[in-house]
Design a protein around this ligand. Structure first.
Ligand code: GLY
Length: 575
C-alpha cells in the first residue's frame, strides 16, 4: 500500500510526503510556541528545544566558532531558556563526532552524590523510603557537573575565547524571553514549592504569587550576573568563591549535604561510547552511567531480523514486537545497570551478537508477557524532564547532548542571589532495593546511593554514521521514555524509511517492563490495531510520553533538522 499523508508544520500545511504506509502523527498547536520544526541547510544545522538556544549556537558558528563553541553556547543558553528542565545547577552528557578523526567522543558531566551522602539517607529509622526527600529541598541536590564539563570540553576542543561562548546566554538572561506554554505549566506545577523561595517568587511569579500570562517577558538578572562571573573566571568561578559559597549555604539551610569540597573536587569523565551496527549503519550512544545507549541498541538489534518493513509501522505485528523488545531491554536495565565506577556493568555481554540473537528469538511470543512472566528483579525510575539539542556543521561534525536538572525546577532550591536552580538528581538513585516510588517503579541494587556515585540515567544522546560519514544525530528528554522514543525514531527512519519529520512526529509507544503497561500517546493507534493488541494481552494506557526529539540527518548533501512538534523547538540552519 502506498498512500500520501499531510504534515502540519508552523500551523501551515506543507507539501504532502510520499510514505509507504499511512501513519498517525502529532500536530503542533498553541499560540505562544515558537514552532519552526523543520529546516534544511547545506552548511550548518541546529535543532533545540528553544528559539534563543538555536540562535545562540548559530550566532557563534557565524562568528567563526566551531561546533564545540556552538555546543557550549547552546548549553548555557538552554540553561536560561528552559530553567525548569536544565541549567548550570545540573549535569548532562555529550556525544561528539569528529569527522576529521572519524571518532565519536563521549563526555559525562552528570551530577554525583555528595561526599556525606549515605545509603540510608532517604529512609526513616524503620527503613521506609521517603520519596519527597529526594525530590524537593536540600537533600535532593547532587553536585552539579555542567559547568565543569563545558569548561573542560571547551579547553580541549573550542576555538573562540571561552567568554564569547557565554555572550548569547547572558543576553538572553538579561533581556529576557516571552513565557511559553511548557514553562507556564511547570510554574503552575511547582508553584507551592517555588513560592517558598523569595528569589524564585521574584523571578518567575507576579507579586500576587501567580504564574504570569503567556508571552510575559521572563528576566533572570541574577543568573546573568552569575554567567558573567563564569565568563570571566571559567569553571572555578562556579565551583569556588562567592557562587560556590552561596550554593553550599543555601543547600545546607535546606537540610542538604553539599559541601565546598564536593564542588571543588567535582570531575567530568571521558567515556567510551557504546557502539552497535544496525542495517549497515554504526550507532554510537551514551554508555553507563546512562542506560540509554545500551538499550537503544538492544531494542534495534532485537527487532532487526524481523520483517517490520513488510508489516508496516503502527500495525499490530510491528507494535507488538517493538513493545516486547522494549520490555525485554528494560528487564536488563533493572538487573545490570548502574554507575560503572561502582559496579561493573556487563556492557560487552549485553551487546554481544550471541546474546542479542537469543533475545531476538525470545521476544517473538504471540501473546504479551506480564512482568512476572518475564523473570525480573527491579527497575529504577527517572523523571520526565531534561532537554536535548543536536548540532551539525559544514565539516561533517556532529554534537548530540542531553542535559538536565531532573524534575521540573529540580529540587526547587535556588542558590541565593545567583539565579542557579539546583537539581534533584538524587531522585534518580534507588532509595532502597525493592522499594516502590511514587510512580510504582521499584529500585535496583546497583543504583543505591553512595558518596561520589552517579545516579543511573536514561539520557541517550545518539550519533549514527554510514561508512565513516555522518548519517544522523538525535536525542530527547523524558526519563526512561527517552530510550523508547530514540529507538522508535531510528526505526522509523531506517526500517520504515520515513522522511525525518514524519519519523519524529509519528505516534510513539512505550513499554518499560514495570509497570506492566503498554503506553500509547495521542494521536492513538487505529482502533482495530489497539483492539488486536489488547487481544494479545497488552495492558494499554493512553498517555503522553513527554519526549521531544531533536534530530539532524544528512539527506542528499543537505542537513535536515527536525524539532519535535510535541513542544517548543527551533530547527534552523544557514543556507
Ligand atoms: N534525570 C533524567 C535522566 O537522567 O535520565
Amino acid at each position: 500500500m502506498r498512500s500520501m499523508i499531510q504534515i502540519i508544520s508552523l500551523g501551515l500545511l506543507i507539501s504532502p510526503v510520499a510514505c509507504t504506509h499511512k501513519v498517525n502523527i502529532v500536530s503542533p498547536e498553541g499560540n505562544h510556541k515558537r514552532i519552526t520544526h523543520e529546516a534544511r541547510s547545506k552548511k550548518v544545522m541546529v535543532a533545540s528545544q528553544g528559539g534563543g538556544t538555536t540562535r545562540a549556537a548559530l550566532s557563534v558558528l557565524e562568528n567563526g566558532g566551531n561546533i564545540i563553541d556552538a555546543f557550549v553556547a547552546a548549553s548555557f543558553a538552554i540553561s536560561v531558556e528552559r530553567p525548569h528542565s536544565t541549567g548550570i545547577g545540573g549535569g548532562g552528557f555529550l556525544l561528539y563526532f569528529s569527522q576529521k578523526e572519524n571518532k565519536v567522543y563521549a563526555f559525562d558531566f552528570r551530577e554525583v552524590a555528595p561526599l556525606m551522602a549515605t545509603k540510608t539517607m532517604f529512609l526513616t529509622k524503620s527503613g521506609a523510603p521517603q520519596p519527597l526527600l529526594s525530590q524537593e529541598g536540600g537533600l535532593a541536590v547532587a553536585t552539579p557537573g555542567l559547568v565543569r564539563g563545558l569548561f573542560e570540553i571547551h579547553q580541549r576542543f573550542g576555538k573562540l575565547p571561552w567568554k564569547e561562548t557565554l555572550g548569547p546566554a547572558i543576553k538572553l538572561a538579561r533581556e529576557g524571553f516571552p513565557l511559553y506554554p511548557e514553562l507556564h505549566e511547570a510554574l503552575e506545577d511547582r508553584k507551592n514549592l517555588l513560592l517558598l523561595d523569595e528569589e524564585a517568587k521574584k523571578t518567575f511569579y507576579t507579586p500576587a504569587g501567580e504564574a504570569p500570562y503567556l508571552g510575559t517577558m521572563i528576566y533572570q538578572e541574577n543568573l546573568a550576573k552569575t554567567l558573567e562571573v563564569i565568563a570571566q573566571e571559567g569553571a572555578d568561578g562556579f565551583y569556588e568563591g562567592k557562587i560556590a559559597r552561596s550554593v553550599v549555604e543555601t543547600v545546607r539551610k535546606k537540610n542538604g549535604l553539599l559541601s565546598l569540597k564536593d564542588l571543588k573536587t567535582y570531575k567530568m569523565v571521558e567515556r567510551t561510547p557504546v557502539e552497535g551496527s544496525y542495517k549497515g549503519l554504526k550507532i554510537f550512544s551514551m554508555p553507563p552511567p546512562s542506560s540509554g545507549g545500551i538499550h537503544v541498541i538492544q531494542i534495534l538489534k532485537m527487532l532487526s531480523p524481523y520483517e517490520l518493513k513488510k508489516w508496516g509501522p503502527q500495525t499490530t505485528q510491528s507494535v507488538h514486537l517493538t513493545a516486547n523488545a522494549m520490555q525485554r531491554a528494560f528487564l536488563d536495565r533493572a538487573l545490570y545497570l548502574g554507575d560503572p565506577d561502582f559496579h561493573p556493568v556487563p556492557q560487552k555481554e549485553l551487546l554481544s551478537e550471541t546474546y542479542l540473537s537469543k533475545l531476538s528469538k525470545a521476544i517473538n511470543h504471540p501473546k504479551a508477557l506480564g512482568a512476572l512472566d518475564v523473570k525480573a528483579e527491579e527497575l529504577p525510575y527517572e523523571s520526565s524532564d531534561t532537554t536535548h539539542f543536536t548540532i551539525a556543521d559544514e565539516e561533517g561534525n556532529l554534537v548530540s547532548s542531553t542535559q538536565t536538572i531532573n524534575g521540573w525546577f529540580g529540587s526547587g532550591v535556588i542558590a541565593q542571589g545567583t539565579g542557579v536552580i539546583l537539581n534533584n538528581e538524587m531522585d534518580d538513585f534507588a532509595q532502597k532495593k525493592g522499594a516502590q516510588n511514587l510512580f510504582g517503579a521499584v529500585g535496583g541494587e546497583h543504583n543505591l546511593v553512595y558518596p561520589r556515585k552517579r545516579p543511573l540515567s536514561s539520557m541517550s544522546p545518539t550519533i549514527m554514521t554510514k561508512e565513516g560519514e555522518p548519517f544522523m544525530a538525535l536525542g530527547s528528554p523524558s526519563g526512561t521514555r527517552i530510550i523508547s522514543c530514540v529507538a522508535q525514531t531510528i526505526l522509523n527512519t531506517v526500517e520504515f524509511e520515513m522522511p525525518l519529520y514524519e519519523a519524529v512526529a509519528a505516534t510513539r509507544i512505550h513499554h518499560q517492563w514495570r509497570p506492566d503497561v503498554l503506553k500509547i500517546e495521542s494521536p492513538y493507534l487505529s482502533p482495530e490495531v489497539e483492539k488486536e493488541l489488547k487481544e494479545k494481552g497488552h495492558n494499554i494506557s493512553h498517555e503522553q510520553l513527554g519526549c521531544s526529539i531533536q534530530a539532524i540527518k544528512k539527506v542528499k548533501g543537505h542537513w535536515h533538522g527536525v524539532s519535535d512538534p510535541r513542544g517548543e523547538g527551533l530547527s534552523l540552519g544557514e543556507l
